[in-house]
Design a protein around this ligand. Structure first.
Ligand code: FES
Length: 104
């Protein structure tokens, strides 16, 4: 998976997924099926994925490979989903995560 890099010297980053819509904090955004949720969010200008528990500080893309959890969000009611390694599916409902959200 690539973060919408179109030409890369090593990776094959051609997007073949069809364009779909996902809902992010109540707003509809366009995404490509199969691309990382985080790629669609960044393309839509959304850079904050969660807020920390104690200080309520914003967090977003850091490692991009599923190791740090800074991109965790509530996806389809499930909290702590790492959006950098979660593929887009049509109709996903995504929410910014506040602290240790338990989802729904
Ligand atoms: S950015 Fe580190 S796990 Fe997603």
């Amino acid at each position: 998976m690539c973060l919408r890099v179109k030409n890369h010297v090593i990776l094959d980053c051609e997007h073949t997924g069809k364009e779909v819509e996902i809902l992010v904090d109540g707003k509809v955004i366009k995404a490509f099926e199969g691309e990382p949720v985080l790629a669609a969010l960044l393309n839509a200008g959304i850079k904050i994925n969660r807020y920390t528990v104690k200080r309520k500080e914003p967090r977003g893309l850091f490692c991009g490979i599923g190791q740090c959890t800074d991109c965790a969000m509530v996806v389809d009611g499930k909290a702590n989903v790492r959006t950098c390694i979660t593929p887009v599916q049509a109709g996903m409902v995504i929410q910014t995560q506040d602290g240790l959200s338990k989802g729904e």
